[in-house]
Write a protein that binds this ligand. Structure first.
Ligand code: RB5
Length: 208
C-alpha cells in the first residue's frame, strides 16, 4: 500500500513538473487537475496510467484522397481518449483540394493550438509538401514504423503525413500510434541538425 501511495504522489509531482516546465503546454488544465485528483485520492492506478498518455490534443485533416482513412483514424484515436480537432474536409468531396485543410492544420500545429498533426491525402505527398510550407512544421510522409517514431525522436517531426490510397487502415493506425507515443530526445546532435535545416531561428531546445 505504501508503495502505491508513493507511486501516486510521484506521478502527481511528475505531472505538475512537466506542466509547469512546458512554456507552450497544451495539456488541458482540467485534465491535469482530474489526473492529480485521481492520484491524490488514491483511486485506481490503472486509470491514472491510462490518462497519463492520452491527454494529447491532435489535429487531423484530409482531402477526398484521405477522407476515409481520416474518418477511421479519428474514430479510433477518439476511442483512445485523444482530443481530436478535425480541420476537414467534413464530407467526401471529390473536387476538394488538400491545401484547404492541411494548411490550417499545419498553422494550428505551428501555433501550438494542437500538439501534433495528422495529414492525409491520396499519396501523402501533397499533404507533406503543403504542411512543410508553414514555419515551425516538420512534416514527413511516413510508410514504415521505424520512421514513424524515429522521425519524432531525432527530427522532432510534428506532422505525420499518410497516403489514404497507399496505406491500409491497420498499418496507418500503428504508424500514427508510434508517432504519437514518440518524444523528441533533445539530443545535442539532433538540435544542431534541426538548427542547420531551419532558417527560422526557432529555439529547438524549447520546441516541443
Ligand atoms: C487528389 O486526387 C490527390 O492528388 C491528392 O489527394 C494527393 O494524392 C496529392 O498528393
Amino acid at each position: 500500500m505504501r508503495f502505491f501511495a508513493k507511486l501516486i504522489v510521484f506521478r502527481a509531482i511528475i505531472h505538475c513538473k512537466s506542466y509547469l516546465l512546458s512554456k507552450n503546454s497544451h495539456h488541458n488544465i482540467f485534465n491535469l487537475l482530474r489526473q492529480i485528483s485521481l492520484n491524490l485520492s488514491g483511486q485506481l492506478i490503472v486509470p491514472v496510467l491510462y490518462l497519463d498518455s492520452k491527454i494529447m490534443k491532435i489535429g487531423i485533416a484530409s482531402d477526398h484522397g484521405g477522407f476515409e482513412l481520416k474518418q477511421e483514424l479519428k474514430q479510433r484515436l477518439s476511442s483512445l481518449n485523444y482530443t481530436i480537432v478535425d480541420f476537414g474536409n467534413d464530407n467526401f468531396d471529390p473536387q476538394d483540394d488538400y491545401p484547404d485543410y492541411v494548411v490550417p492544420l499545419a498553422k494550428a500545429v505551428a501555433n501550438h493550438e494542437v500538439e501534433r498533426g495528422i495529414a492525409v491525402c491520396g499519396s501523402g505527398v501533397g499533404a507533406s509538401i503543403a504542411a512543410n510550407k508553414i514555419t515551425g512544421v516538420r512534416a514527413a510522409l511516413i510508410n514504415d514504423h521505424f520512421a514513424a517514431h524515429q522521425g519524432v525522436e531525432d527530427d522532432n517531426m510534428n506532422v505525420i503525413c499518410l497516403g489514404g490510397r497507399i496505406t491500409g487502415t491497420e498499418t496507418a493506425f500503428e504508424l500514427v500510434q508510434a508517432f504519437l507515443n514518440a518524444k523528441f530526445t533533445f539530443g545535442e546532435r539532433h538540435l544542431r541538425r534541426l538548427g542547420k535545416a531551419d532558417p527560422s531561428g526557432i529555439d529547438f531546445t524549447k520546441e516541443r
